[in-house]
Write a protein that binds this ligand. Structure first.
Ligand SMILES: [Zn+2]
Length: 351
């Protein structure tokens, strides 16, 4: 484990935290409500990309400089701040105070538009950005360079692939409110970019059921019609692909290290957030009909009915575009055409 300390005065600014992979939805916004905390308590994640001001527009950057940054298709703007911001849960931060003149936000909270808005209470150094505005995952982002990482005991052991299903929680696709999970929208939007790239521009068959509901309508719109030329399956630890070797495998990304599970042979891996992969691969058993015999004494109600969102599932368009712009394959004309088409139609199907 580690704690993060102020680089100016050495004050410890966090509780002990263990590193996990950056959640795929970390930098995505969603809807117009308040979102929960991005990070689980006791964890931290590092964003390898720069974030926050200063921003530069695409016309100032150009294709060559963007490619050196790992961005291979036009984007509105890129951050030219230092890379490596560290996300922690708001409850894991210590010894900081808001900087009043930097507490701007769009709506009900802080969105960090002015740069770091939290200062070390001991030396006044700006050390972190609290984000809690509507549409954003609540987090404190420690500024790279303003904090130092100090060891604080052994890390949580890395979960072995074989133990993933037992030791890691899945996330259900539907929230208790009855709406589709925003985490799923971002995870599927991210994987959809990899899946479309892996299709090589040909129709792809995905497994029936929930995977088809998640990916099918988007693939129908983004890829040409016709008989599926490629087959995608769910594969991963404790879930070998059955039958002939598939062209594409939807595989888990290890939630602590970010490592992608590798399918055997020539199958192309499409990474999927582990919590989503777990739910798709090992769906929770649910009784299709009420059991007989009535309720036990003292129990006043049965389980609530299964949740059915009122609208079809929509992958996160920004997650799709963000990911696709960072795949070198997007330089191929057919894939660039898909990218441009989605980018130019903000409210088009299927997003
Ligand atoms: Zn300090």
């Amino acid at each position: 484990m580690a704690v993060f300390a102020c680089a100016g005065c050495g004050a410890v600014l966090t509780a002990p935290v263990s590193r996990v992979a950056l959640p795929v939805h970390a930098r995505r916004s969603y809807g117009h409500g308040l979102l929960p905390a991005l990070m689980e308590p006791g964890t931290y994640a590092v964003d390898p990309e720069p974030s926050g001001p200063p921003w530069r527009g695409w016309s100032e950057i150009g294709a060559e400089e963007a490619a050196a940054r790992g961005v291979f298709a036009p984007v509105r703007s890129l951050s030219f701040a230092a890379p490596g911001a560290i996300a922690v849960a708001p409850g894991d931060i210590r010894e900081v105070a808001l900087i009043p003149e930097r507490c701007d936000g769009y709506c009900l909270g802080l969105d960090g538009r002015d740069g770091p808005n939290l200062a070390c209470v001991h030396c006044g150094r700006a050390v972190a950005t609290r984000i809690d505005d509507c549409s954003y995952w609540q987090a404190v982002w420690l500024a790279p360079g303003a904090v130092r990482r100090l060891p604080a005991g052994p890390d949580r052991p890395t979960v072995a692939w074989e133990a993933l299903a037992e030791e890691w929680e899945d996330t259900p696709p539907v929230e208790p409110s009855g709406a589709w999970s925003p985490g799923w929208a971002a995870a599927v939007g991210t994987s959809l970019a990899h899946l479309v790239a892996a299709s090589a521009g040909a129709p792809v068959a995905v497994p029936p059921g929930l995977p088809a509901e998640m990916f099918g309508p988007a693939l129908d719109v983004l890829l040409p019609p016709g008989r599926p030329a490629r087959r995608a399956v769910l594969a991963g630890p404790a879930r070998p692909a059955s039958g002939p070797a598939p062209d594409i495998a939807l595989v888990p990304r290890q939630p602590q290290t970010g490592q992608v599970w590798q399918p055997p042979g020539t199958t192309t891996a499409v990474p999927l957030a582990a919590d989503v992969w777990l739910h798709l691969t090992f769906p929770r058993a649910r009784l299709p009909v009420p059991v007989t015999g009535g309720l036990p004494d003292g129990v006043l109600r049965d389980d609530p009915l299964p949740l059915h969102p009122w609208e079809p599932f929509r992958p996160d368009r920004e997650a799709f575009l963000h990911t696709l712009a960072r795949l070198p394959a997007v330089r191929q004309p057919w894939l660039r055409e898909v990218y441009d088409r989605v980018r130019e139609r903000p409210y088009g199907r299927p997003f």
